[in-house]
Design a protein around this ligand. Structure first.
Ligand code: ZN
Length: 136
């Protein structure tokens, strides 16, 4: 999915959250939006698209484990939303460029990439839900 589609999908869902939850500020939405849209696809610059560390919630999740906050929960969720949108539902097209890479020549196959992306989304959604439910 391209930048513009990621941007509008993440913006729509984050704005809905902003309207629903009074403790979420606009600056949090702004940071989470750009994190979720830009960071996963930053791996383009290393010529290894869909590298597993970028196309997963690893970095904000590590930060969240050490210092939990609403902003980090939103960043995790925004990034996981990007990952959900990166899935191709036509399974025969989930190949090559679209699969998750681990080393330069090795990576996950189509179905495992889909499972990897979906499980990241479920973890991201769970973290945000639990955090909002208990702490916001
Ligand atoms: Zn992506």
């Amino acid at each position: 999915m391209n930048f513009r589609k990621h941007f509008f999908i993440n913006l729509t869902i984050l704005l809905i959250l902003w309207f629903l939850l009074t403790d979420i500020t606009f600056s949090m939405i702004f940071i989470a939006l750009f994190w979720g849209v830009l960071i996963p696809d930053a791996d383009h610059k290393f010529k290894r698209h869909r590298y597993f560390l970028f196309h997963s919630i690893t970095f904000p999740l590590l930060a969240f484990i050490f210092e939990p906050s609403t902003l980090l929960a939103l960043m995790i969720f925004s990034q996981s939303l990007h990952l959900l949108c990166d899935i191709r539902f036509n399974r025969s097209k989930m190949i090559g460029f679209y699969t998750i890479k681990i080393t330069k020549h090795r990576g996950l196959n189509g179905i495992n990439s889909t499972i990897f992306l979906i499980s990241n989304f479920i973890i991201g959604l769970t973290i945000l839900t639990v955090w909002v439910w208990f702490y916001v």
